[in-house]
Design a protein around this ligand. Sequence first.
Ligand SMILES: [Fe+2]
Length: 145
Amino acid sequence: MSDREYFADLKKIYVTEALGASIYDSMVGKMAACGLRDVYVKLGANERRMMALVDTELRKLGIEVPELKKNMTVAVMSALFRITPLVMQQRLLSHVAKKKIFGRWYALHHQQNEELWGILLEHERLQYGVLVGPRSADGEQREPP
Ligand SMILES: [Fe+2]
C-alpha cells in the first residue's frame, strides 16, 4: 500500500464523514424531538469528530484537506438529502453501514496510525450497531430503526 493510496483513502474518509454529517443533519431536521432524533444528533456529531481527526492526520502528513465548499458530490448530495424522505435515508444509511468500508481500509492502513484507525473502526462498529442492529442468534439482521 503506497502513501499515495493512503492519502487518497484519508481524503475519501473525510468526504464520507462530511456526507454522513449532512445526512444526519437533514434527518434531524425532519424529526420532532424524540429519543431517535437524539441518536441522530449524536451520530452527526460523531461524523464531525471523525472529520476533525482525519483533518489532523492529513495536516500532519502535509496533505491538503479536501475543500468541501468546492466538492460537487457533497453539494449535490446535501441538496438531495434535504428532499429525501426519512425512511429512505434510514435505509441508505443501513445499506452503507453493511458495507463496513472502514473495516476493509483498517486492514490496509492501520499500521500508519493505530490510534486513528482504531477510532475509525470503533466509529464504524458503533454506527453498524445503531443502524443495522446486533446480530441475533441465527445471524439474521434486524431492520434498521
Ligand atoms: Fe462516519
